[in-house]
Design a protein around this ligand. Structure first.
Ligand code: DGJ
Length: 727
């Protein structure tokens, strides 16, 4: 038996290559200092399952916990991999061949006919992580599977990815290649997922696992509004501060699949990766396929610690670029201010007023190109609409720069409108299936990003715009999902690859953009937050969290998003009231206090909002600048939970050295008779004394955390922010 014991700061992950060659899982959980945990292997539970060799316990296929389970040889649980060979056979028999240990973490790449795409993934220096690559082989087909496990030194993180190599003489079709399997020894878990819809993304749901299969997925071509590529298994009693939590997040922006299966012996098999639904990838002899990375976070201190580990990992080892560790410019976006109804003068008017208030960047949203006066035309025509941008783009940008502001611009590079020059010239560039009516959504089609000439044409147009003026920010939007998934350029036996090739094409253009324009701040967006995923974070340090800018709805959206993603990445704006999505009116201060735990900006016509609101802006900006370092680099503690209690929410950001903290409280609904709530703080040093900057009082961290503070607020939607410093 060859034992693999991966030991992180507080976590152990153990597995073994058995004498039979099968790769069996042993343990995943709180750190066990023992190097040899093979005594935990229980391979003889059910004698009625198929077995190859009676004396070889490793062949009790349906009960053995496997690292990378196959189909067709006796394991009837969900497999991680399936293929169809040229004889029409799908069964596999993967056996251990060898392993290799390296310092650091290899990058992930996918070779295609005309390019090699680097897949988004976490990165680490040689002293920050160690990787073991374990090779398995299916002798009959020549399929080689390399399983990569990276253990981070300072974080309880293990990442997994898989590379397939066809070492056989014949091509085969890979029908499923998930990024990881974890066979846990118990079924006593709750399944946490982040689900929703447009304008209410990443609503946290928690349910008890039961026999059978519980899954989430996307079949839309993007990670989606409906299910985020995140799932967690937590002990039934786990809460923010206590209990075990296993978090899983796929670093991928397309169709994904996550499933927890409770098996006959009350064990849990968890699997996650590219959605096998409608997926196939032809692997010629010597060709390779790389599956995206799965990040696995373990916490023995509740869901809060799990989230903080994800936040640290993504801030330090996923997000890149000039803005990685920098405060982002405070922006004003004209979408909710003007929608399509704007011109140069209108934008300059907004910028003038905004600059006087301290706002730092104007973002020109949808409607500046082609002949776009509504959402029914011009996608694909990335040249300036002179009627609106009278005087040209450079003139507009120069005028905005003269006001001391940066300028940002909106693109939707993956789309094509039927009413566009591009569609007239290249109708075949849209994703389509000959003979099927093309489904429109927002009166647009999706471009076939698997084709290099399509990507080159769009990126070429973008470059012309970017080179024509001093543009310092891009909002990359994506406003519909894929239908009639067919390419006019792929052969029949590669058509089912289009879902994944599309995502690789998007990554290619994002890679070109961030390489050629490293100073540009890229913000991703997809009809609000339909592509808030770790794949996108590799290119853009911030993502538009949701089109729902209502401060109260945002409590849920930002709480759910923070389960996996850091506040530093959440696009959050103060908008006008009544809110355009839900019609609710909230105090301007509360809108600011909620947006402040994101990248912060305004999404309103600053020339037309009530004067009292406008007067609050300089104060909000000052507060944002003061607290942003804490929000961007500190530890987040969720105190309230609006999913459970609709009356209030609260959170804290605490400096890593525990020297300062900021506490935010939002009262959703006021309550009768007595106004005061006692709220227990979190994350402070119990032994240090802290000054409450609202009251001037000094208390120990222990008092503030064990006894709490009184929060007196009257009225619906009121909020407050309190700053604490250690004495
Ligand atoms: C959807 C985005 O989420 C909005 O912020 C805005 O950019 C519109 N698209 C523009 O069409």
């Amino acid at each position: 038996m060859t034992l693999f014991t991966l030991t992180g700061k507080g976590v152990t992950y153990a597995f073994a290559a058995l004498e039979s060659g099968h790769l069996a899982h042993i343990y995943y959980g709180k750190r066990a200092d023992d190097e040899d945990l093979s005594y935990l292997l229980r391979l003889d539970e059910n004698p009625f399952t198929p077995k190859v060799n009676k004396r070889d316990m490793g062949t009790f296929m349906d009960t053995t916990p496997f690292e990378y389970p196959v189909h067709g040889t006796g394991d009837y649980r969900e497999p991680a991999i399936m293929l169809m060979d040229n004889k029409g056979m799908s069964a596999l028999d993967l056996r251990f061949v060898s392993y290799e240990i390296t310092k650091g973490k290899p990058i992930l790449e996918q070779k295609l006919e005309d390019m090699t795409v680097r897949l988004p993934a976490t990165f680490a220096e040689e002293n920050e992580a160690e990787t073991v690559a374990v090779t398995l082989e299916d002798k009959r087909t020549g399929l080689n599977v390399i399983l990569y496990y990276t253990v981070f030194a300072d974080l309880d993180v293990i990442t997994r990815s898989v590379k397939l190599i066809n070492k056989g003489a014949e091509a085969f079709d890979v029908r499923r290649v998930l990024s990881a399997c974890v066979d846990l020894d118990s079924d006593q878990y709750d399944f946490i997922t982040l689900n929703g819809s447009w304008a209410r993304e990443r609503v946290m749901e928690r349910c008890r696992l039961h026999h059978g299969k519980q899954s989430i997925d996307s079949v839309k071509g993007e990670s989606s509004h409906q299910n985020n590529p995140f799932a967690a298994l937590v002990s039934h009693t786990a809460d923010e501060d206590m209990g075990e939590a296993y978090g899983f997040n796929l670093v991928y922006s397309g169709n994904f699949f996550a499933q927890a299966e409770v098996t006959q012996h009350k064990k849990t098999r968890f699997l996650m990766g590219i959605n096998p639904f409608d997926f196939s990838w032809k692997l010629e002899p010597s060709a390779e396929f790389t599956a995206p990375e799965l990040v696995m976070v373990y916490s023995s201190e509740g869901i809060g610690k799990m989230s903080r580990t994800f936040h640290d990992l993504y801030r330090q080892h996923l997000i890149r670029g000039e803005y990685k560790d920098k405060r982002r410019p405070i922006l004003i976006n004209n979408w909710e201010a003007t929608y399509f109804n704007f011109d140069t003068d209108k934008l300059i008017g907004i910028a003038k007023q905004a600059s006087e208030l301290g706002i730092e960047m104007l973002v020109m949203d949808d409607g500046w190109f082609g002949h776009r006066d509504s959402d029914n035309s011009s996608l694909g025509d990335w040249f300036v609409y002179e009627k609106k941008i009278n005087g040209g783009l450079k003139h507009l940008v120069d005028e905005v720069n003269k006001l001391g502001m940066k300028f940002g611009i909106w693109f939707e590079p993956e789309m094509i409108s039927p009413d566009s020059e591009l569609y007239k010239a290249h109708p075949d560039w849209a994703i389509q299936i000959e003979g099927l009516p093309m489904t429109q959504s927002r009166e647009q089609y999706v471009l076939d990003y698997s084709r290099k000439e399509v990507r080159d044409c769009i990126y070429g147009q973008m470059r012309k715009i970017l080179d024509s003026a001093n543009i310092e920010y891009i909002k990359w939007d994506m406003n519909r999902q894929l239908t009639e998934v067919g390419s006019n350029a792929l052969p029949a036996d590669r058509q089912r690859e289009l879902w994944h090739r599309y995502v690789l094409g998007v990554y290619d253009v994002m890679n070109r953009l961030t390489t050629d324009y490293p100073h540009i701040l890229l913000e991703n967006c997809s009809g609000g937050g339909a592509r808030f995923d770790a794949g996108m974070l590799f290119y853009s340090p911030q993502i538009w969290t949701s089109d729902d800018t209502d401060a109260i709805e945002r409590l849920k959206i930002q709480h759910g998003t923070s389960i996996c993603y850091p506040a530093s990445a959440m696009g959050a704006h103060v908008s006008d009231c009544p809110n355009h999505t839900v019609g609710r009116s909230t105090p301007f201060s509360t809108r600011g206090n909620v947006a402040m735990v994101g990248t912060f900006g305004y999404e309103l016509d600053v020339t037309r909002i009530p004067e009292a609101d406008r007067n609050e802006i300089p104060g909000q900006i000052e507060m944002f600048k003061k607290y942003n370092p804490l929000v961007r680099t500190g530890d987040q503690y969720r105190i309230g939970n609006v999913f459970e209690d609709n009356m209030w929410d609260a959170w804290m950001f605490v400096a890593k050295d525990k020297s300062e903290a900021v506490f935010t409280f939002v009262q959703v609904l006021g309550r009768p008779n007595y106004r005061s709530r006692r709220i227990k703080l979190k994350g402070l040093d119990p032994e240090r004394k802290y000054k409450n900057h609202e009251t001037g009082e000094i208390h120990t961290g222990a008092a503030l955390m064990n006894c709490g503070i009184n929060v007196n607020l009257s009225g619906d939607f009121q909020s407050k922010v309190v700053y604490f410093t250690a004495e």
